[in-house]
Design a protein. Sequence first.
Length: 210
Amino acid sequence: MELREKACEILRRLRREYPSPKVALNFNTPFELLVATILSAQTTDVHVNKVTENLFKKYRSVKDYADTPIENLQKDVSSVNFYKTKARNIQGTARMIIEKFHSEVPKTMDDLISLPGVARKTANIVLSNVYGIDEGIAVDTHVKRVSYRLGLTKNEDPVRSERDLMAITPREEWGNLSHLLIFHGRKICQAKKPKHQECVLYDICPSNKI
Ligand code: SF4
């Protein structure tokens, strides 16, 4: 099966398995999704949602994050990995958004990745889930692993995986593809013990015996 055809078939089957794929992080505003995504590096979405439940009640605006003493913000996110760096990045991002972007989360890849702690993955998540802009594909640990196992890319580096996936899927599917591979990676194609026998992609997956 040619790669594009295979990618379409994978999308078709995964859409049937996971009919309403969406980002698992809770948020009410574009800035809240940015905060949640920064916090989610090396931390589960479930845990981030627990932390942001209180955080979002306490910090109501971008200015609240920009103005608070950094120690307070660090304390409020202290249960996530690398909380000190993440808190500094969140505050730096808030200040830059106020100073350079009129307090609005920017809508372009270049502007987003100019913010502290924001790389392509985070930018893609915000662009796709807040603004409906498919500029690229958010490649997290699940997308990276599952797409590699399926043979959709030969690269394990996220930037190269993203480029490979973009080349074989229609642009309007980029957001969906990321969500679907994440859902599948969490439920079936898990890192340590992939459930090959329960997988709807078994017959077209080159890694179905590892
Ligand atoms: S067959 Fe196995 S390795 Fe391939 S996608 Fe399914 S669970 Fe993952």
